[in-house]
Design a binder for this molecule. Structure first.
Ligand SMILES: C[S@@+](CC[C@H](N)C(=O)[O-])C[C@H]1O[C@@H](n2cnc3c(N)ncnc32)[C@H](O)[C@@H]1O
Length: 184
């Protein structure tokens, strides 16, 4: 099954959790990837890998000794990534809800990349996930995430001193990429 079809199928099964009916476009992936300094990225955690649009580029660009960890809740999406994105850098793929990330003893990350559809989560779950992200980031680490609306501005400013935004018009739907640093 093509990754687009898999994505669409999972979206119809669980639209709230998948958050989009198509994977991130190459323009959106580029906007995310250009904010990662791969030379200094010893550990990168990706949350919500989907069918691996971003995962693939992280693996392609990272240093050989980097630790790449991806967590994906949806079983079918996880199976896809686990099958097609193994590489000689031995990425660690976890099939679980990100709220359980701390069970897995992952090293603190230089970058956390999130595609989670935060808008579809209640405030309690949003805060829980933000606390998990914060506890898994190095002091000078960065959170990079994308959303389709501005609704996360306030939440992100509660956790990070620096919150920068860029808009990716050539994505369907138009996406906002946030780069957050200086954990509060
Ligand atoms: C909008 S899709 C993005 C997929 C991919 N990163 C991309 O950009 O094409 C969001 C992904 O987050 C996953 N997800 C949603 N809630 C999650 C959670 N609590 N823990 C882990 N993954 C989750 C969904 O299953 C889905 O694959």
């Amino acid at each position: 099954m093509s990754h687009h079809l898999l994505f669409l199928k999972q979206f119809f099964r669980n639209p709230k959790e998948i958050g989009s009916f198509i994977p991130a476009s190459k323009h959106l992936v580029e906007e995310i990837i250009k904010n990662i300094n791969f030379g200094r990225a010893k550990t990168i955690i990706e949350i919500g890998m989907g069918t691996g649009a971003i995962t693939k580029e992280i693996i392609r660009n990272c240093e050989i000794d980097a630790q790449i960890v991806g967590i994906e809740k949806n079983r079918q999406m996880f199976d896809y990534v686990n099958k097609y994105f193994q590489s000689n850098i031995n990425p660690i793929f976890i099939n679980d809800d990100v709220v359980n990330l701390n069970k897995y003893f992952v090293a603190e990350a230089d970058y956390i990349i999130s595609s989670l559809p935060f808008r579809n989560f209640n405030m309690q779950k949003q805060a829980k996930i933000m606390n998990i992200i914060k506890s898994n980031l190095k002091e000078n680490g960065k959170l990079i995430l994308y959303q389709y609306t501005n609704h996360l501005d306030r939440l992100l400013k509660n956790y990070f001193k620096s919150v920068k935004k860029s808009v990716v018009l050539r994505n369907m739907p138009v996406a906002i990429v946030y780069v957050c640093g200086d954990v509060l």
